[in-house]
Design a protein around this ligand. Structure first.
Ligand code: SF4
Length: 269
């Protein structure tokens, strides 16, 4: 069964931790759902930053803000045109939300250009890393946004509001990226989240990673493989924020949701 996946990434493991059934639908049945509007906004901002980082590796200078905004706008439109998840019942307001989304993506890219870009001297952009870990039959895989020449690895996040302090603590990305940078580039990277809110605020969150942080993640990854072997996938915790039609695109076809609830939603919509 583990041959169904040839690596484990932070996003895979994170989905498995939230809902094993959603993981099964996504990675075993192969049903990939389109992103929501918020994710497309984040993609737009990332595309603006990526365009800047790629050229800055050669030029050493940041692009004009208007160029970063253009790349963010194009990135948002491309993400939306590739397909978007609109929860049932929210179709009526979707068109206005999509129009607002492009403005938000551009303002996020503007905040990135002002607050984050000048501090980064990129040596690697959208860098894919893969490495084996002792005791795990498949390698870990991660793709970082950018690596600064000092060994700083900032991870850009878009968010509706500022993150609570605890949110960065439990994130699986920093320990996995830290390990992969050590193995693939031989560096002790310093990690941070650079959160840009939809209001344009910048919230830098340094993350202190120690080597010991990897062991609990590897234990979770082993649990994932064990679950795949058993074929028994648990649903999300009852009442979990993700387990509803607004946040889970599998909700309407999920065997763990009683039909009367799905019918009630359909009738309401
Ligand atoms: S509806 Fe709930 S249990 Fe079903 S896949 Fe989604 S989050 Fe998991």
């Amino acid at each position: 069964m583990p041959e169904m996946i040839d690596h484990i990434s932070p996003s895979m493991l994170s989905l498995f931790c939230r809902c094993q059934e959603a993981f099964r639908r996504r990675y075993i049945e192969g049903i990939k759902l389109p992103p929501g509007i918020a994710a497309c906004i984040g993609t737009g901002m990332h595309k603006g930053a990526e365009a800047n980082h790629r050229q800055k590796m050669g030029s050493g200078c940041d692009l004009p803000v208007s160029d970063i905004q253009d790349a963010a706008r194009d990135g948002y439109h491309k993400a939306v045109s590739d397909g978007i998840f609109i929860p049932a019942g929210e179709e009526a307001g979707a068109s206005a939300e999509l129009s607002k989304g492009v403005d938000t993506a551009v303002s996020l890219a503007t905040a990135y250009a002002r607050h984050v870009a000048p501090r980064i001297r990129p040596v690697a952009v959208e860098y894919k890393m893969e490495a084996a870990v002792e005791g795990l039959p498949v390698p870990l895989l991660g793709i970082i946004d950018v690596l600064d020449e000092s060994g700083w690895c900032p991870d850009l996040k878009s968010a509706g509001r500022k993150w609570p302090e605890s949110k960065a603590e439990g994130n699986l990305q920093p320990p996995i990226y830290h390990y992969l940078l050590k193995v693939t580039r031989g560096i002790e990277a310093s990690m941070s989240f650079e959160v840009i809110t939809h209001k344009g605020d910048h919230q830098p969150i340094p993350v202190n990673v120690r080597d010991d942080d990897l062991a609990p993640i590897v234990a979770r990854a082993k649990g994932l493989l064990h679950t795949m072997q058993s074929g028994v996938f648990l649903p999300a915790e009852p009442g979990h924020w993700m387990c509803g039609p607004k946040w889970c695109g599998y909700w309407h076809s999920c065997s763990f949701i009683p039909n009367y609830k799905k019918c009630a939603r359909s009738n309401a919509a």
